[in-house]
Design a protein around this ligand. Structure first.
Ligand code: CU
Length: 329
């Protein structure tokens, strides 16, 4: 029995702390701003633990050792000390710490920094890299960031309020229709991270994620140059058939593939969709089968997805489309 309850306890603890590590955790910081926030969190947590222990100590003392005889001077000292003076000191220290921590979190990056415009959509992320002195590069649902550089995000929304949050890299920031909000972040750790929408925005709010890759400068520049290039349509016959279907089925009305006549702007840019780590805002793996399933039933994978279903296409056609898209590296 004891062994079983220990196992149950261990499971609860494991489940409870599983969210504290990995690619999407504010307590496993991979950036300067996130480290500041984690520091603030630990100060708050330790401060409240000390206060809690003090309260428990007084309660235990009352129950076990107090004679029960009122002592006006002692009781008043406890109430004024424990009820006013100590909270005043603790809250003043925490408030000061918090106020000092805020300005660096909302500061803008200096002019000449890499700027990235991100627009929240139902339920995906429209991204536009605006490198200083270079041409803008549209991408979607995936970010690459150079390590140890302050990057300026410019955020807004086309429809409802979303919130842009990479817990491992920094604070969250609301994306508000008709308004621009700003967020500057400096990643300090190379690796894959994950971002998510942190403001309930409707049907597939919980399925609105994105992948973030932090790399060194050279790898970042290589990636950006590749994303800026037009699509290279795969040469084999099946992919070629997929390319033709992309126009015949009407996909090009909503999607852009740079280097082809497809110039729709309602859905994500697909110029290099095959190069992304995941599909449909971090809900599917990036492989031929996932493309096929997505096109056939977007609404099954993401409730209320704003892409019509193409399940009426023959399986061979879906496969050709999927092969074509997967080949858009
Ligand atoms: Cu959202």
């Amino acid at each position: 029995m004891a062994a079983r309850s220990h196992a149950a306890m261990a499971t609860v603890v494991l489940l409870g702390t599983a969210g504290c590590s990995g690619v999407q955790s504010a307590l496993a910081p991979g950036g300067r701003q996130a480290a500041d926030i984690a520091g603030l969190y630990w100060w708050m947590a330790i401060g409240s633990l000390i206060v809690w222990l003090g309260v428990v100590a007084v309660a235990v003392w009352c129950v076990r050792w107090s004679s029960g005889v009122p002592d006006r001077r002692r009781d008043r000292a406890l109430i004024i000390g424990g009820g006013t003076i100590i909270p005043l000191i603790v809250l003043t220290v925490l408030l000061t710490y918090g106020l000092i921590a805020i300005p660096p979190l909302v500061a803008r990056a200096p002019a000449g920094s890499l700027s990235i415009a991100v627009t929240g959509e139902r339920w995906w992320w429209r991204v536009r890299y605006e490198p200083p002195g270079g041409a803008a590069v549209p991408v979607a649902n995936e970010l690459y960031l150079p390590v140890n550089e302050l990057v300026q995000f410019r955020l807004n929304s086309h429809d409802v309020i979303h919130s842009f949050w990479m817990p491992s890299l920094g604070p969250k920031m609301d994306m508000i229709p008709g308004r621009i909000t700003w967020l500057a972040l400096e990643p300090t750790q190379i690796g894959w991270f994950r971002g998510t929408c942190a403001e309930f925005c409707g049907g597939s709010h919980a399925l609105m994620g994105f992948d973030v890759r932090v790399t060194g400068r050279p790898a970042f520049e290589k990636w950006l140059a590749h994303q800026a290039a037009p699509a290279a349509v795969p040469p084999d016959a099946i992919a070629r058939h997929g390319y033709d279907l992309f126009f015949a089925a009407g996909c090009s009305a909503c999607h852009t593939i740079r280097g082809t006549p497809a110039a729709g702007v309602i859905g994500p840019d697909l110029t290099h969709v095959g190069s992304r780590r995941t599909l449909a805002a971090s809900v599917l793996p990036n492989d031929v089968d996932a493309f096929r399933r997505w096109m056939a039933h977007p609404g099954h994978i993401k409730p209320r997805a704003r892409m019509p279903r193409f399940g009426m296409l023959a399986d061979a056609d879906l496969k050709a489309l999927a092969t074509f898209l997967e080949g858009l590296e």
